[in-house]
Design a binder for this molecule. Structure first.
Ligand code: ADP
Ligand code: TYD
Length: 203
């Protein structure tokens, strides 16, 4: 039996794969069909999430501090928004979740499988994980990175490792989407998979 009446749909992938674009489009399409939808993201806009975002400009935290903050941010997100919405029968769409922790903090030296285990103790498992997969070159082009810092070899290598960790996630709920298509084609591919899950109209 399902643990709650709602549905949890996650979009993941490295930066520039189109997650936030597709999350918004999906939320709008589902709302047009009459579904009740909550769209959110991680890191969140709460205090922990803000500290994490700030650290991108004010200086990166130690790997341990960073991992702890992502987990604090997610615990709060789960308790205040994700679980109540799922229990209330809503479709929850998240732009990033604990698979990003597996990938990005995995690259910083933590074991991705251990990260997954820890998260599954407090964070609901998704009904659908849409993994937007795209080559590094195209992803970086989309976010306007050509030369400079983000092109340093180490950073490219880290992003490639993130992509590899995302692609290594295996479960029945995973659907890999080729993100090297037009926005409309990706939208259609996602909508087809989501309709299989939630149906054409609200129950
Ligand atoms: P993410 O949330 O994964 O970082 P975004 O949705 O913010 O990605 O998209 C990054 C950039 O790429 C934005 O400028 C967006 O308009 C553009 N973009 C998104 N999807 C596509 C696509 N399928 N083809 C070309 N450009 C895209
Ligand atoms: P995001 O806001 O999605 O970045 P952008 O708007 O630039 O696409 O996420 C911020 C960064 O946080 C991104 O580089 C991925 C990283 N991140 C982690 O390192 N671990 C996590 O658990 C999450 C959710 C995000």
């Amino acid at each position: 039996m399902r643990p709650y009446p709602g549905h949890l749909i996650i979009l993941e992938g490295i930066d520039g794969t189109g997650k936030s674009t597709q999350a918004k489009l999906l939320a709008n399409s589902l709302r047009d069909q009459g579904h009740r939808v909550v769209l959110s993201r991680e890191p969140t806009d709460g205090a922990f999430g803000r500290r994490l975002r700030e650290s991108a400009t004010t200086g990166r935290l130690s790997p341990e501090e960073e991992l702890q903050l992502f987990h604090q941010d997610r615990r709060e997100h789960v308790e205040t928004l994700i679980k109540p919405s799922l229990q209330g029968g809503e479709i929850v769409i998240l732009d990033r979740y604990y698979f990003s922790t597996m990938a990005y903090q995995g690259v910083r030296g933590f074991d991705p499988q251990e990260i997954r285990r820890v998260n599954e103790e407090f964070a609901p498992q998704p009904d659908l994980l849409l993994l937007l997969d795209l080559s590094l070159d195209t992803a970086l082009q989309r976010i306007g990175v050509r030369d400079g810092k983000a092109n340093e070899f180490e950073q490219l290598e880290s992003l490639q490792l993130c992509r590899d960790i995302f692609r290594s996630v295996q479960d029945d709920f995973v659907t890999v989407i080729d993100a090297d298509q037009s926005i409309e084609d990706i939208q259609d591919a996602i909508f087809a998979v989501v309709t299989d899950l939630v149906g054409n109209s609200p129950a």
